[in-house]
Design a protein around this ligand. Structure first.
Ligand code: FPP
Length: 236
C-alpha cells in the first residue's frame, strides 16, 4: 500500500485533556510524551521514512514561564531517559527551528542524540522546537538576498531548490500527510512551505488520547485520497 513518506503532526490538546480531568496543564504535557513514544514506534512500524513533530512553537515562548519551564524539563527528561530506543530502532533524530534559543540543557541532550543516531538509516524523526514557518521563510529570504547581493546566487538560475536549500528542512522531502489532533482545524505557522500539497487530517482526539489505532486510521484515510497535484484524474 501507498504509505506516506513524510508525516507531520501538530500534537494539540494536552492542556484541554488535563483540564477536563481537573488536573494542571503540565499533567497533559506529561501524558503527551507517552503519545510521542507510542506514535514514533507506530510510524516506524508503518515504514514512514520521515516523521516531524511540532513540539514547541516560537509563539509558545509567550506561555506562562512555569509552563515553558515544564515543557523544557520534559524535553530534557524525554531525550535523556526515553529516547534510547531510537538508536536500537535505527531511527535518526533531527531538529528544526531556532534551536539556539533553547536552554543549554535541551541543546546538549538534543545534540548528543542527534550525533549518536546520525548513521541510522531508518526513519528520520524531526522535532520542531522554537519553530515558526513564517520565521523560517523570513530567514531563508534574508540569507538568499545576502547571497544575491554578494553574487553567490544569480537571479537567472533562481528556482524552488534554492528556497528549499535555505529552509531548516533542507534535508527533508515535502510533507505528504499532516495530522492535527484536538479538533482545531488550522495550520498554526507549521511547515508553511513544505505542506503545499500535503493531505490534511484532523481528529477530535486530544493528543494524550491519540493512539496507535488512531494513527493507523489517518494512514488508511490518506491511502483513500487521490493526490492530483493540480492535474486531472485521467492524467495520473
Ligand atoms: C499542544 O497542546 C502541545 C504543546 C504546545 C507541546 C507538545 C509537547 C509534548 C507533546 C510533550 C513534549 C514533546 C516531546 C517531543 C518530548 P496545548 O498545550 O496547546 O493544549 P491546549 O490547546 O489544549 O491548551
Amino acid at each position: 500500500m501507498n504509505t506516506p513518506n513524510h508525516v507531520a503532526i501538530i500534537m494539540d490538546g494536552n492542556g484541554r485533556w488535563a483540564e477536563q480531568k481537573g488536573m494542571p496543564r503540565e499533567f497533559g504535557h506529561q501524558n503527551g510524551v507517552r503519545s510521542v513514544k507510542k506514535i514514533v514506534e507506530e510510524a516506524n512500524k508503518h515504514k514512514v521514512k520521515y516523521l516531524t513533530l511540532f513540539a514547541f512553537s516560537v509563539e509558545n515562548w509567550e506561555r506562562p514561564s512555569y509552563e515553558v519551564e515544564t515543557l523544557m524539563r520534559l524535553l530534557v527528561e524525554t531525550l535523556r531517559d526515553e529516547f534510547e530506543d531510537l538508536f536500537n530502532n535505527n531511527i535518526r533524530l533531527n531538529a528544526i527551528g531556532d534551536v539556539k534559543s533553547l536552554p543549554n540543557e535541551v541543546r546538549y541532550e538534543l545534540g548528543k542524540i542527534i550525533n549518536n543516531t546520525k548513521d541510522n538509516t531508518g526513519m528520520t524523526l524531526t522535532l520542531a522546537l522554537s519553530y515558526g514557518g513564517k520565521q523560517e521563510i523570513f530567514k531563508a529570504v534574508k540569507e538568499i538576498s545576502e547571497k544575491v547581493k554578494n553574487e553567490i546566487i544569480c537571479l537567472d538560475n533562481f528556482d524552488d531548490s534554492i528556497i528549499n536549500d535555505h529552509l531548516y528542512t533542507k534535508n527533508l522531502p515535502d510533507v505528504d500527510l499532516l495530522i492535527r489532533t484536538s479538533g482545531e482545524q488550522r495550520i498554526s505557522n507549521f511547515l508553511l512551505w513544505q505542506i503545499a500539497y500535503a493531505e490534511l487530517y484532523f481528529t477530535k482526539k486530544y493528543w494524550p488520547d491519540f493512539s496507535e489505532e488512531d494513527f493507523t486510521d489517518a494512514i488508511i484515510e490518506y491511502q483513500k485520497r487521490e493526490r492530483r497535484f493540480g492535474k486531472t484524474s485521467k492524467q495520473l
